[in-house]
Write a protein that binds this ligand. Sequence first.
Ligand SMILES: [Zn+2]
Length: 404
Amino acid sequence: MRIPQLNYQINSASNNDGTFFCGKLITGKKKLPFKIKYKSPYEEAKLGLISPADLPKREILEYAKYNLPCPCCGFLMMHPKLFDKISSVITDVPQDSINLLQHFQNYMHPVERQIFNMIVGVNKKHPNMDFYDILNKKLPTAEKALVLKQTSILSEISLIARDNLPEGEFNNFLKIIDQAYKKILIKSNDKKTSFGRKKFILELEEFFKKISMSDSAIQEDALANVKQKMLNCAYNLPTSYNSIEAFIVKYSKSKYNHKSIAMRLLSGSEATIEHIRPENCGGKTEYSNLILECAMDNHKRHHDDLSQQVSENPQMLSSIQKHFNKLINLSRQRKVDKSYISEIAMTYYKLSSGLIDVDVSGLWKKKSFNNSKKAIHFIKDSKDVFTKAEKREEIKLNRWKKST
Ligand SMILES: [Zn+2]
């Protein structure tokens, strides 16, 4: 049986409750149920759908409907309800999935968008290949490129070790790097024996911990310096989030299929709740400790402290400001609570010992940035029109001229 091709027309619009999406089938009689209603968390609590203890989490999660940028990577986050809706309507027909997903390309992270464009390109020539087939077609080339990238980074790390570590420590390091090379070069589907970026980084950290506890020939600050250099290199190791090759290699495995790959193109962008102080370090589930973060960064962070997260994601300092600017704008429209914004800014400042110092002065400024920009533009265009303050200055100046 041939499955009829669907054509979605999806409109995004804004109303008081934020952005909502509706879609309808252009072809076929059935209407596509794509309208998403965002219910207030308080309504849900009243109906007994969530417990009052979950309110802070739910309320912060609700802010995702305003299309906020992630405070870590800076890319747009998707409301979990929208994500669920898309995954409930997506089909196994490649063309349908492309038609649907292209409406949400602005939510995709760079690697996901590149994979999507690659899929669209192959689909034009081979309309019957689904996403899984397409990734497998690209697998041999991707595998080679991935091994080259990984081994070149390992070589870079080894050179830093050779030039900076005392001989004894360097020999110990060689055992770790030797294992890593073997894992990369031997094809294995078993997670335990295959190479993993996070695992390798943990091994390096463990290695440095051991050196600092032993009485080594290397000085403490020199050791910290080498450690940071080597770790910065290791952070660049490819993952499915930062490399197309790693994405293809990972999702070509038999446990994935067309639909799971299609949804994976969006899943990294799903908004999740992040505890600024991680729960296992005593962080509480209260407003002052909760912020939205994309699923990719939340997953990547594990239980890292803030300074570690910043050193792994140098763009984070500017992304946080972007996130706060949007929150401040929303607070002007009375959509986000002002005290929440100042509280989380304070939490960031305290937990990062001043490293993350967000500018929230916008909370107390009356005029929005847009208005002042317009005013400058206005004066530039027409020399006769002045702002009130300038008129006052002009009058004062004229009086002074007359009196002299
Ligand atoms: Zn992110």
